[in-house]
Design a protein around this ligand. Sequence first.
Ligand code: MG
Length: 259
Amino acid sequence: MTQYGLLLVDMDGVVWRGGIYVAKNIKALRALQERYKIVFMTNNSSLTRAECLDRIKAVGISSEINDIYTSSALAAIYIEKRGVGRTFVIGEAGIYEELIVRGIPIVSEGPEVDYVVVGIDKYLTYHKLSKAASYIMNGAIFIATNEDPTYPVGDRLEPGAGAVVSFIKTVVGREPDFVAGKPNTWILDIVVDKYRLKKEEVLVIGDSLHTDVPMGYRYGVDTMLVLTGVTSERELSSAKTKPTYVVRDLLEALELKII
Ligand SMILES: [Mg+2]
């Protein structure tokens, strides 16, 4: 047995990459779920938690909706804790659904807007950006789901939520009040509290040196970088924040008895 009780596992780049499942990691996760509590996370704001759950279950990994955290879910939880208010959204189904299930009113027009939530939006228009910026300048709380500049689609990189957030930052002249997703450590606060864990009992597993690893490092928990996603070995050698472990895939982590 290891010291860990809970694995906080990134989805994109670990469970799947783009639309394709990562077979070796899935095989390992099926074995790991017998020994560990597994909580899944993603910075992807467009997917709903139900969609994530369907994808995970489709390959024989058992989970439940409350063990999945998208950056949209974290943004909605933040609003719920801070005080429900009228919310304007730049984003897709993932954000809308999380707000709706928590009874947070979504508005498409001002003037009274309490929160502006900004995520990736493939139907983005200048008009929407303009409205979002004006509500923030009028006092609405500016929430970004995440600030990832890009995300991988096959061999290409597409603009991520960070690009949309940057547009608004430029207009309003300031940073978001809250960034829900990684590398913000807030999810770790939630998980540690919910499962009553010590930091030593949590292992963060992900494929990114920009989100997963710095999040774990800042919070003071161990991290495992899996090279099945966005990070190459070359990138790793020049990284400032090194993960606790590096593995080619999660089967290797099992073989090496790290987990
Ligand atoms: Mg990832």
